[in-house]
Design a protein. Structure first.
Length: 72
């Protein structure tokens, strides 16, 4: 089962615990999309690579903002 299938339960649990949380699933991107930037499949899947890159471009600034806000 992919992580996306567990997201509704994760969202509910985080809300029930009163945690600040944002879960994002990026269409076409694989789990570990940031790491996958340096590890393309053979044969290459250009659509997946583009989805991973798009996810990275959105997720990395979000990650930095989260860390800046929460690690003071």
């Amino acid at each position: 089962m992919r992580i996306g299938a567990a997201m509704p339960a994760v969202d509910s649990a985080m809300k029930a615990l009163g945690k600040s949380y944002v879960g994002v699933n990026y269409p076409g991107a694989i789990h570990g999309f940031l790491r996958a930037q340096d590890d393309p499949k053979s044969p290459r899947d250009e659509a997946e690579e583009q989805a991973n890159l798009a996810a990275t471009k959105d997720a990395w600034p979000r990650t930095l903002a989260f860390l800046r806000q929460n690690l003071k």
